[in-house]
Design a protein around this ligand. Sequence first.
Ligand code: 6CS
Length: 319
Amino acid sequence: YEVRFLTEELEGQLQYEYAQEFADRLEEKTDGRITTDVFEFGALGSEVNQFQEIQNGNVEFAIVSPGFTGTTVQEGQLFALQFLFSDDEDVNYQVLNESEALNEGLSEKYEEYNVKPLAYWSEGGMQWTGNSPLREPADFENFQMRTQESTLIQTSYEQYGADPTPLSWEELYTSLQLGNIDGQENPIFFIEDANFHEVQDHMTISDHNIYVAMTTVNTDFYNSLPDDLREAVDEVVDEMRPIAHEMQLEMNEDLLTAIEEDEDNPTEIYTLSEEERDAFRELAEPMQDFFRDDVGEDGAAILDQLLEEIEEAEAESGN
Ligand code: 6CS
């Protein structure tokens, strides 16, 4: 089998490095019976187009950000709910790997579109950058905020008073540079590697969400594989869990230092206090009911189950 693996990022960035490691392991484990071509972002159009490519089987594997599937798999928008996950990365790691709400309930919703999520994993805490400081909700008043293409993300930023604009990340650097867009959200590694900090003066460590990515496979392709190759895929997916977690932690830490030390592009970094985070949390939490009403019963049930799972994992970890 010669297969294709699409990512939404570039070489050196997390999704691409994940996919390359995945490809190497799969080739080795299958003695070359599956060889994989890994693609950087942009090879087959925007993030939303890429999701179509995996749906129709033009590519076999893809890393997909649920924020770009909002117009198809409505339930996937639950990852846009801010302050939903734990502040403890280890708790989130466990929940993403073990959650039935996600790995069964939500995955079934994607399978209706012929896409099978194999793993949900975090690319790290999400932070804000802006051309002005972002410390309280009032700072978002009339702020042109770039978001992914999901009404739930957009509505969330409207709660803070912002004007959200959905955009592919490909156009983001130029839009920030021209000042058409005032700010954006992303994990630290991505802010640094995409050079957004060059065209933004402020970064707020808000950890208002985690960036969840999905490793996906085209369902028909997966089901057509002989049992031993399907098992090999499943094994590689499991091997990649701790690797992705480590890579994420390391990249986000190292590239925070890189932003701090970039003297040519000074960025004022501000970490929100718990009280400051609470002001955002208060405006974000009603979005859970918005999600329940907007997405419907199945989505509501997935969210409720996930909330319980997060709470249980928090309790177990002694938080
Ligand atoms: O902001 C975005 O849209 C991009 N951010 C990350 C971390 N990965 C790919 C995605 O398209």
